[in-house]
Design a protein around this ligand. Structure first.
Ligand code: GAL
Length: 689
């Protein structure tokens, strides 16, 4: 299927025009004897699997020595899959270099900030900037593309695997040299770099490029702009690797789409996916929730953000878990219904493919206790039965394939640069967590029954009546202008503590905080008031602030006080403000209120922006709702985010029937209902920005 912008979705080998959702897993047949492969095919068909990712960790098997290749087994697997109607997302197999390569070329091994070598023995032990690694990886990529370019099972290319999962920060000599090249590209002259890095501080002035190093272990805080640039560089170095493999694939197999699996989840922050997304033909994501109170909303948030990265086009959930993972201190099995609820949440936010790690649970190796579609117990298990039910459910949801998520009225602006820079060391507090604040707002909006799109600064903000920009710490001039223009043209902006503080070089905007937004917000902050861990302050609306307070002064009579500090150093001062400018407004929240506190002030902020819930009062806050549409039919994905039974009778449309979908009028906890309703008049599908 051709998506817009010339970018493509999976190339289905059989019956390409048929609408379908993809369903499958990482498939690692090399871990099993040949007989098992036949069992796999039968069981895959029984489960409704129509795609697998193959050869992700197969380098050592495909190329056991420098000039010895063994493709026979992979040819057989490809043929077998094709004969069974299963498409292949084929990896370039470059994720983990084999022992012969690391023995012959130990100079490809990463080095940590202490100068220690990261040895082979696990996976992904390669330097993103190593020319030797690159040469060998591209040789393998070329061999894979040459071998399988015409194979009928080939539906997509899967570059490497989770680029940067373990090797993003490398402090080796290769990295030092590549960092200098990158800095020359960014700054042109050493003088510009010295100014940007404020090297007059602590006697750091550079007089030759070769003096510059990655921020290796230092006596105290490394230069913050050097740190920020090293994070930017490290993301770019892996992006370069992605592009290098992709370009080989595009040269040899121009008709096959190329993807790689992102890690939009939790605190995985090193790769700027807003910047990577345009490099692939379609976006793929892996998602593993960390159990805990916010886990369900975090999953929704990640899926939502991934949908924005995909630009509203179909995207692939490349990996998630059927049940327990193996890498947490205690690995909990998912509760009944949890697996289908998680999978369908991704579909709700635009995924047209639902895949797991992995097909058959390994008997040996580091991940043998990680769940899979076929567990150690075998097919005669509750887990496998629910896997097959989910397969049947996704088949029944085929009409949803290719539909677009309707844009929400609220955008939450999510900015990797602010995430990186706001959490650097030597700041007013080390307790600040960028993503947690963004997630707090997301949860508060869900609780208010208001849909929000999580968008990046790359996207278009103009269509959103309300933009929420939590901890927007790094604000280059063009972004400041865009937000000013948004408000000037009648839009509404809400921002928080530690926003508008620095420019792109992490240099403070002077004259009082928040330098970039002082006039827009009609306030001035002379001093930050971070709170010790465990300390809280009371506000007059009966809400509590933690983490941070500000000494806020109003600078414009048009600035209204929404909430005031009652206790603490700032008692009597404004805590939440709203500044009207024409028909627009800009609001400021100077403390961490958490989802519960935000829920109290949110009605006032939504009201100022004219945003209302589109949900009937009886379901508001209890369900997470997205609407996917093809312009004729709307598909309402209604996901229970509460521990209660929720009466859905007031929602439009009628429930679709499928084994994992709830069809009753009352939605039980962990259940999902999909309702089809005629598309609203005059509403065309509007993808998120
Ligand atoms: C991912 C990885 C998979 C597997 C999975 C386990 O990071 O891509 O290969 O390790 O985690 O949760």
């Amino acid at each position: 299927m051709e998506a817009d912008n010339g970018r493509r979705w999976l190339r289905w080998p059989s019956d390409p025009a048929r609408a379908r959702l993809a369903y499958g897993a990482d498939y690692n047949p090399e871990q099993w004897p040949r007989e098992t492969w036949d069992e796999d095919m039968r069981a895959m068909r029984a489960a409704g699997v129509n795609i697998v990712s193959l050869a992700i960790f197969s380098w050592a098997r495909i190329q056991p020595r420098r000039d010895v290749w063994d493709f026979q087994w992979l040819d057989d697997v490809m043929d077998l899959l094709h004969a069974n109607g299963i498409a292949v997302d084929l990896a370039t197999a470059t994720a983990t270099p084999p022992p012969w390569l690391t023995t012959a070329h130990p100079e490809i091994l990463p080095v940590d900030r202490h100068g220690h070598t990261v040895w082979p023995g696990a996976r992904q032990h390669w330097r993103p900037t190593s020319p030797v690694f690159r040469e060998h990886a591209l040789r393998l990529t070329r061999a894979m593309a040459g071998r399988y370019r015409d194979h009928p099972a080939l539906a997509a290319w899967h570059v490497s695997n989770e680029l940067g999962c373990h090797n993003v920060y490398d402090y080796s000599q290769d990295a030092a040299e590549a960092f200098r090249r990158w800095l020359r590209g960014r700054y042109g002259t050493l003088e510009t770099l010295n100014l940007a890095w404020a090297t007059t501080f602590w006697s750091q002035h550079y007089s030759e490029w070769d003096q510059i190093l990655p921020p290796r272990l230092a006596a105290s805080y490394p230069n913050p702009t050097q740190q920020l640039d090293f994070i930017r560089f490290s993301s770019d170095a892996l992006k370069d690797h992605l592009r290098a493999e992709r370009d080989v694939l595009r040269e040899l197999t121009p008709g096959i789409p190329v993807t790689t699996n992102f890690m939009v989840m939790g605190e995985m922050k090193a790769m700027n996916y807003a910047d990577w997304a345009s490099e692939v033909d379609f976006v793929s994501n892996d998602h593993y929730p960390r159990p805990g109170p916010g886990a369900r909303d975090e999953l929704s948030f990640s899926a939502n953000l991934t949908g924005s990265l995909a630009g509203g086009r179909p995207w692939c959930l490349m990996e998630h878990a059927t049940s327990a993972v193996n890498w947490q201190p205690v690995n909990l099995a998912k509760q009944a219904g949890g697996m289908a609820r998680d999978s369908l949440t991704h579909v709700a936010y635009g995924a047209d493919a639902v895949c797991f790690f992995q097909w058959r649970q390994s008997a040996g190796g580091a991940e043998k206790y990680h769940s899979a579609m076929v567990p150690h117990a075998g097919e005669d298990s509750e887990l496998f039965r629910s896997v097959a039910e989910l397969g049947a459910t996704l088949a029944a949801l085929a009409p949803v394939a290719g539909t677009r998520r309707r844009r929400a009225d609220v955008a939450i602006l999510f900015d990797w640069e602010s995430w990186w820079a706001s959490e650097l060391d030597s700041h007013p507090t080390s307790l600040l967590r960028y993503r947690r604040e963004a997630l707090d707002w997301y949860s508060a909006l869900l609780a208010a029954g208001v849909r929000a799109d999580v968008v990046t600064p790359v996207g278009d903000l103009t269509a959103y009546p309300l933009v929420v920009a939590p901890i927007l710490y790094v604000v280059p001039d063009p972004l400041a202008r865009r937000l000013e223009d948004h408000v000037a043209s009648g839009g509404h902006l809400v921002t928080t503590y530690f926003s508008g503080i620095v420019d792109q070089n992490d240099q403070v905007r002077l004259g009082g905080y928040p330098g970039a937004f002082r006039d827009l917000l009609g306030i001035r902050v002379e001093e930050f008031g971070p709170l010790p861990d465990g300390e809280a302050v009371e506000l007059d609306l009966g809400v509590t602030g933690t983490l941070w307070t500000d000494r806020v002064d109003l600078t414009d009579p048009a600035t209204e006080v929404v909430a005031t500090y009652k206790t603490g150093e700032q008692a009597g001062r404004p805590a939440v403000t709203l500044h009207r400018a024409g028909s627009g407004s800009a609001s400021y929240v100077s403390t961490r209120l958490g989802p519960e506190g935000l829920a109290v002030i949110l009605p006032r902020l939504l009201d100022a922006a004219g945003v209302t819930s589109e949900l009937p009062p009886e379901v508001r806050g209890l369900v997470d709702v997205t609407i996917r549409t093809d312009g004729t039919d709307d598909y309402w994905f209604v996901i229970n985010r509460s521990d209660r039974h929720v009466d859905l009778t007031a929602l439009p449309g009628a429930p679709l029937r499928a084994p994992s979908l709830a069809t009753e009028a009352v939605l039980a906890p962990r259940r999902v209902q999909v309702r089809r309703a005629p598309a609203r008049d005059g509403d065309s599908p509007r993808p998120p920005a």
